[in-house]
Design a protein around this ligand. Structure first.
Ligand code: NAP
Length: 289
């Protein structure tokens, strides 16, 4: 199958390339070849390449920077996905797009389901929600996969930052009152491949929006403890971890305290579920690539 993958060096994109390139005709376009803010070029590229499936793994993911550059965030996270959805629909090709737990305000006491009303606290969250709505409005075949707390062995993420700081510092304060599921980009890619295979076999699919994060839950502090334990198992000396409240670690963008996503709809409709977050961490650390 001819697949167009947008985003070349991103965490999820890299893992998708690893899994898809031997099985499909995969065309990968990074920012160097195609700036998603350039709508005319984006349309032209899709029309010229005529993919059978589009996967959008590109996004403006700098959550704090987005507060001071909302135009860029909306161009990439909201306008471009809408254009991709239009072009995909014209080709009758499905569009797989990733979104985020940050569309919610985190005030719910339990895990969020797809029907819960979004209420983003940040520019990033608002721009991603607008992207979801633009895709849904077009109404073509689409999967919007909301994931959370993505990390891998590449790029900028909590795992790599913690691995560095835990070995540099003697004490490290980490937010303990935001709860969610750290999700390895490799788990996201593997589950995406399962969705593609399911669709190819069935030739029918339950398109729409799905929660798509690792199972289980922890806090950023709990995630840091798990990362520290892995370093210690390798004989490394690590910083002493101190739990703090979000209010003690102010950031330009507000983040939800509850980021938990209930992923049972994905399992019910597609038979796909992501691994537990802790198993995902171990798999990530044992899969250097
Ligand atoms: N990271 C998280 O914690 C998280 C949490 C929830 C949901 N998500 C969602 O999951 C998806 C994948 O995230 P990720 O962590 O893999 O992201 P990532 O590592 O930040 O990668 C994003 C990619 O998008 C590309 N990009 C940014 N602006 C672009 C533009 N104008 N034109 C073309 N490409 C552009 C970047 O290119 P450059 O390399 O050139 O900058 C980068 O390769 C995104 O939809 C994100 O919103 C992420």
């Amino acid at each position: 199958m001819k697949i167009l993958l947008l985003g070349q060096h991103g965490q999820v994109s890299r893992e998708l390339q690893w899994l898809l390139e031997s099985r499909h005709e995969l065309i990968v376009l990074g920012r160097e070849q195609l700036d998603l803010a350039d709508i005319d070029n984006l349309r032209e590229a899709v029309r010229r390449l005529q993919p059978e499936l589009i996967i959008n793994a590109a996004a403006h993911t700098a959550v704090d920077a987005a507060e001071s550059e909302p135009e860029a965030a909306f161009a990439i996270n909201a306008v471009a996905p809408g254009v991709l959805a239009e072009e995909a629909a014209a080709l009758e090709a499905p569009l797989i797009h990733y979104s985020t737990d940050y569309v919610f305000d985190g005030s719910k006491a339990s895990a969020y389901i797809e029907e819960d009303a979004p209420n983003p606290l940040s520019v990033y969250g608002r721009s991603k929600l607008a992207g979801e709505q633009a895709i849904a409005t077009v109404g073509g075949k689409h999967l919007i996969l909301r994931t959370s707390w993505v990390y891998s062995l590449h790029g900028r993420n909590f795992l790599l930052t913690m691995q560095r700081l835990l070995q540099e510092r003697e004490q490290l304060s980490v937010v303990a009152d935001q709860v969610g599921a750290p999700t390895w980009a490799g788990s996201i890619a593997a589950a995406t491949v399962q969705l593609i295979e399911h669709w190819q076999q069935q030739q029918t699919a339950a398109w729409g929006i799905y929660h798509f994060s690792a199972r289980g839950e922890t806090s950023w502090f709990g995630f840091a403890e798990a990362i520290a334990a892995q370093l210690q198992a390798q004989g490394k000396t690590v910083a002493q971890l101190k739990p703090i409240a979000t209010t003690e670690y102010p950031t330009p963008a507000r983040r939800p305290l509850n980021s938990r996503l209930d992923c049972s709809r994905l399992e019910r409709d597609w038979g796909v579920r992501l691994p537990d977050w802790h198993d995902g961490l171990l798999e990530c650390l044992n899969t250097p690539r």
